[in-house]
Each structure stands twice: as C-alpha cells, then as structure tokens.
Design a protein around this ligand. Structure first.
Ligand code: DON
Length: 580
C-alpha cells in the first residue's frame, strides 16, 4: 500500500510526547480481587450494550467491555460514537485500589494558529471551527482505546473489534432515532462526497426507519484496526485521512497523526462526605468543576442542598456560577498551561467562594463579555459506564463534539472527523458553541488539547466503586454529573429517580438559569428561584446519563437516561464466568 514506508518513517521523527510504554496486562500485576459483584453496563445505544455485556459474560473485564462498547458505538451511533474523535476514561480497580485516568483528547494540528477561526472583522467565525476540514482536531480515540486495552485488557484486542466489524459489514436496521438524525443532517452531510456515500442513499436521500444500513468502508477500516492501532496513525487509514485533508483544504497532516499519543494522567480525587469522587483531570474541566461544586456545597448539610427546594437549588446554582467563572480563566491543557489544581480544589478556596453566596438573592455574573445561549442540536457526545464481576469500574466519555462533528467523512475509510477545534476559545471572552467563554488558558496553539467539560466519574466508598456516571451535553455535563451524584450520595435517591429528575443548569455566562422544557421542575420551585433574582430560561432536555450504582452487597443497578435511546443491563453475580 502506497505511502506506508514514508508514514512509518515520519512516525519515527521526534514527537513532543513519548508513547505510553506497554504495561503488562492487569491480570498479571493486580492482586486477586476480593470482591464479587453483579456486572453491569449502560450505554447510549442497545447494540453497544449487548456487545459489552457479551464481553463481560465471556470473562472480559470492565475495560475490555468499555473498549468494545466504544468501538461498537463508532458503527451504531454515528452522531457521537467514533474513530475520528477523542475522549476520556476513568477506571477504578478495587483489587489494586488504583484509579487511572486516560486522556485521548484530540490535539490542535501543528499548523494551527491562535487566530485561525477569526473572520475578517476579527470576530470568531463559527462556520470555520464547527464544520469542514479546518474544524478537525487530531483524533485520539483509536490510540486511547488501544492504550486502555494494553494496560488493563484481558481479552484479545481483535475480539473487541469484531462486533463492530460485523455490524458495519452486515448492516444494522435504521432505528427511528437514527432516521431522524440522518434527516436533520442530510443537507450538511451531502456537502462532503464521502459523507454522502457513508450516510445517505445513492439518490442523496436519507436512510429511513427500518432500512438496512451497511458501512463497508468503515468495516474495512475496522478490520485494519483489528490488527493494531498503528494503521490509523501511520498506515493505510492515516494515508486516507491525509488525502481527505488535502481534498478539503484541511491542515492536519501526516506528522500530526504519527505524533499523536494518549496520556495517562493523575485522576482528580476529591473526598466528599466520607466518599471519594474520582474523575477526569485537565484537559477536561469536567472532574475539576464537579469536584469544586461538591466542595462548595459540602459546607452545608445534605438537607440544605436539596435540589428540589428553592434554597438548595439556589446554593447549587450560585456554586456552579462561580465554578464556571473559574473554568473560563484557569483551565486549559495542562501540558501548555499551568492549572492551579490544588488551589481550585482546596477546602479553603471552596470556603472563600461559599462565603460570597448570599441567600437573599442571585449574584449577577460579573463579566462584561457577552454570553450566548447554548444551542442544542441533539446528542453529540456519548458516555458509557461498566462494572465487571470483580467490582472494577470503567467510566468512558467520547465525542466528535457536535452532532456528526465536522460532517467530513474520510473518503474510503467511512468514518466522520470531529469538530473539536471549536472547544478552544477562538477569541478571549467570545462564547463557543456551548456559550462557554475562555481566555489565554484555552487559546488555540499547535499540539495543544482543547479544554473539555467531559466528566467520566466514579464515586468510591470504602475502596469500592459505588457509582459510575457520566453524560454528554457540552457545558451541561458538569452540572448533570453533579446533580446525579448529589441526589444519590446526599439524598439517598434511587439511581433511576436521580437520573430521571429534572435538571437545572447555570454556567456563569450567559447569566441564565436553564431548566428543561420537557421535564420542568415544580412551578413553585421555579417561582421561588425567580424571586431570588435568577433569570430562568427553558431549554430542551439536558444530557443522556449512563450510570451504574452498586450497593454494599454488590448488587448493581444500571440506568440509561430516559431522555436518550440507550440501554442498561446487569449480569447477576451468580452468572460470573470462570476466569480465563
Ligand atoms: O469536550 C467537550 O466538552 C465537548 N466537546 C463535549 C460535546 C458534547 O458533550 C456534545 N453533546 N451533547
């Protein structure tokens, strides 16, 4: 295959970050797990849940199942499941009592420049950062899933790619949800020939409900990846990506791909009322911000922070407002920006911020920079939660940013590329797709990772994973994860109730308190919050949480958000296979 030698040679050139070293499989290094629990999985799409449940039933661990589910979603859930995007994984192993966080976030291509998304008037041009070849960050998913598998996997890599290959080759019936998405995105997908070929019928019309949808190019790509991840970064798939970039005027090149590496990072670990919340560190703001909100609210009793009471909801909203203000200033890629983590998460800073919350009314968000209402275009990120029979937890969030990403499919390879570059701050103070503002910390720079809000999280009690949780939703990820955690941990609600409950969201700017149109909180609560001076604004449903709760006896409850079209399954402890 043409170009391979050159690509492999380029891979040998100095890259800024060394590839993580191969580590013996977890089974070889971890102590025998003392725990027997149900196993469980919750993902945003049924094929992926079944594939992951089969892996668990075959003796795979939580990481094997998470990797298999993520690869399956790349076929069956094209709005967010991906090969052409990135994500984050948080794991907990009760045997070794170790938490790990894997960063497979996209990076800016080496040719990226700080002002590349500004129009002639000097203001951000979202068309450039959201659609087409310039919007694409260097994809991290294949490297990331492979790095997770190399460190922790028990089953062969190939066996985890197989379900995805079969579904792409044999085709899946188009669900009502998928048919709706194809219809909504048909016009944009049609602008890119390879996207039209992958997602539309030969006559250019979208596939309808019940049609059998096959993805032969994607199947071939997955067959190559089944041989190892390097094909994506230095092999045939890399060649196809680079050709696609050249066709569409993109800047991502062969060196960007060959230099990409995933990074193991120290997870955020925040003690909270006798538990410990483990989540994703920068370059996601997710874990830091969930942790900061919890720290501020820990100064009150659980009864004082009930989200269904006006005073509790007000405390939470005021905490979130302050935390998102800090997000805009202090958080960015830790490889290129000094993130003051210890200070942000310190009890002293939480107390300082808490002291500024007034109970007689809302504090207006004090920044002159314009905010913008977050738009919702459907779900475009996806989260999956897995628990294996040893109590090991995997919490994985992955994305191509907004629905169908850049809308660019790699010709001949059959997968969509992300538009993650929009997560950078194109200009200080100017809002991105989610209305988030930022500054220097998150400015575009070559090789830099764009700040995320994704928050794959595990809550521990006495060394055991008790809650595995995460969601899509852009800037609302942080507040959705917080709300599920506090409802389960502080209020003792069932996981079903906590996930189904109406969600409130405030992100400092715009200075609005968003509530869900379809799942409005009680009118009395909204009236009371309006009286306190909060500017209420209804918006479409928030998030698509996939979560697992485990009780002290190892009984698991898995929940896929009623807002989405996911599926959760539990496998009872007695069905545990003989360990291979
Ligand atoms: O990393 C982030 O924070 C965003 N790119 C996530 C996008 C997202 O959650 C869209 N889902 N609805």
């Amino acid at each position: 295959m043409r170009g391979h030698a050159t690509l492999a040679l380029l891979a040998a050139l100095a890259c800024s970050r060394p590839e993580p070293a191969a580590v013996p499989a977890a089974a070889a290094v971890s102590a025998p797990a003392p725990l027997r629990t149900d196993a469980a999985v919750a993902t945003a799409e049924p094929f992926a849940t079944h594939a992951a449940a089969d892996v668990l039933a075959d003796g795979g661990n939580a990481v094997d199942a998470a990797v298999c589910a993520a690869l399956t979603l790349a076929v069956t859930y094209p709005s967010a499941g991906n090969l052409g995007g990135g994500g984050f994984l948080v794991t907990w192993d009760p045997g070794t009592r170790e938490a790990h966080a894997l960063d497979f976030r996209e990076t800016a291509p080496a040719a990226a420049t700080r002002d590349m998304y500004l129009g002639p008037d000097g203001n951000p041009d979202p068309e450039k950062s959201l659609e087409g070849h310039l919007a694409v960050g260097v994809p991290g998913s294949v490297r990331g899933l492979s790095a997770a598998h190399r460190k922790f996997g028990r089953l062969p890599w190939k066996s985890l790619v197989l379900p995805a290959i079969h579904l792409a080759e044999e085709g899946i019936p188009v669900s009502a949800g998928l048919a709706g998405e194809f219809k909504r995105h048909a016009e944009k997908l049609a602008r890119y020939p390879a996207s039209a070929a992958a997602f539309l019928k030969a006559d250019g019309s979208p596939h309808g409900k019940g049609d059998s949808w096959k993805q032969p190019d994607l199947a071939r790509t997955l067959r190559r990846i089944a041989e190892g991840p390097s094909d994506f970064y230095t092999g045939e798939t890399a060649r196809l990506i680079v050709e696609e970039m050249k066709r569409g005027g993109g800047i991502l090149d062969v060196h960007d791909l060959s230099c990409y590496s995933a990074a193991w990072r120290d997870p955020i670990r925040v003690p909270y009322r006798g538990r410990e919340v483990v989540s994703m560190p920068p370059p996601s703001s997710g874990g830091v911000c969930v942790g900061m909100i919890l720290r501020v609210l820990e100064g009150w009793t659980p009864a004082e922070i009930r989200l269904d009471d006006p005073a509790g909801a007000h405390r939470y909203v005021e905490a979130a407002r302050r935390v998102y203000a800090d997000r805009s200033q202090h958080l960015g890629d830790p490889d290129q920006w000094r993130v003051p983590l210890a200070w942000l998460l310190s009890p002293a800073y939480a107390a300082e911020r808490r002291a500024t919350i007034r109970m007689d009314g809302a504090t207006g968000s004090r920044n002159v920079a314009p905010g913008a209402e977050p738009r919702r275009e459907g779900v475009h990120t996806t989260h999956l939660s897995v628990l294996d029979f040893d109590g090991r937890a995997a919490s994985l969030t992955t994305t191509i940013n907004s629905g169908y990403g850049s809308h660019v499919t790699v010709g001949g390879a059959g997968f969509l590329l992300n538009n993650e570059m929009d997560d950078f701050s194109a200009k200080p103070g100017a809002p991105n797709l989610y209305g988030l503002v930022g500054g220097e910390a998150n400015a575009v720079a070559p090789g830099k990772r764009m700040l995320s809000s994704m928050a794959p999280t595990v809550v521990l009690e006495d060394g055991r994973a008790r809650l595995v949780v995460g969601t899509p939703g852009g800037s609302t990820i942080i507040t959705s994860v917080f709300q599920v955690v506090t409802r389960v941990v502080d209020q003792g609600e069932s996981l079903e109730a906590a996930v189904a409950a109406p969600r409130l969201h405030h992100q400092w700017l715009p200075d609005k308190l968003f509530h869900e149109k379809g799942r409005a909180p009680p009118p009395a609560l909204l009236e009371a919050l309006a009286k306190l001076g909060h500017t209420l604004e209804p918006r479409p449903e928030i998030g698509d949480v996939c979560a697992i709760a485990v009780d002290g006896a190892g009984r698991a409850t898995a929940v896929a958000d009623p807002r989405g079209r996911g599926l959760a399954r539990t496998l009872p402890a007695w069905s545990r296979p003989e360990t291979k």
